[in-house]
Design a protein around this ligand. Structure first.
Ligand code: SF4
Length: 154
């Protein structure tokens, strides 16, 4: 089950988007130098479809995108929740920040407008760093286009 610890409105995580970013707990990854060790714990409130909808009701009209940050322990749950967002709020873009290296399947990709892949490697830096190992993809018609360079020009 996906759980979340908090949420915030962010401006830098996806280009030209005002994003409701929901930080998920229970991360199964073990990146050395993890920037948020508490997110590896099983803490927070269940992120059900109902809970996500009530969060969105509070922000719809002032955001352009909703993103789930983490959730690598339940990628199917991520796809399911973002498909619900697509159905109820087709005007919103959807994003996922994953610490995995593996791209979702072609069928799963239809749930996303953006997917960030890659573990946190402190020495290489975040997406804004030219040396980063992480990649941000824009999904267009089922095709993943690497837009990481856009994150480094800002
Ligand atoms: S993906 Fe890596 S850096 Fe992010 S919370 Fe999980 S272990 Fe920490």
């Amino acid at each position: 089950m996906l759980k979340y610890v908090n949420h915030d409105i962010v401006f830098q995580e996806f280009p030209d988007e005002v994003t409701l970013a929901i930080n998920l707990s229970g991360c199964p990854n073990r990146c050395p130098g993890c920037h948020s060790p508490k997110l590896r714990n099983d803490i927070g409130e269940a992120l059900t479809e109902e809970r996500l909808n009530s969060l969105l009701e509070a922000y719809v009209g002032s955001i352009t995108c909703v993103a789930l940050m983490g959730g690598d322990g339940d990628p199917e749950g991520i796809v399911r929740l973002l498909r619900t967002v697509r159905k109820i709020y087709p005007e919103l873009r959807t994003g996922w920040y994953s610490g995995r290296e593996r791209m979702p399947s072609e069928e799963e990709l239809s749930a996303f407008d953006y997917v960030k892949l890659g573990a946190w490697v402190e020495a290489l830096g975040p997406l804004s760093s030219p040396t980063t190992n992480q990649r941000l993809y824009r999904i267009d018609n089922g095709q993943a286009c690497d837009i990481t360079p856009q994150m480094q020009r800002r």
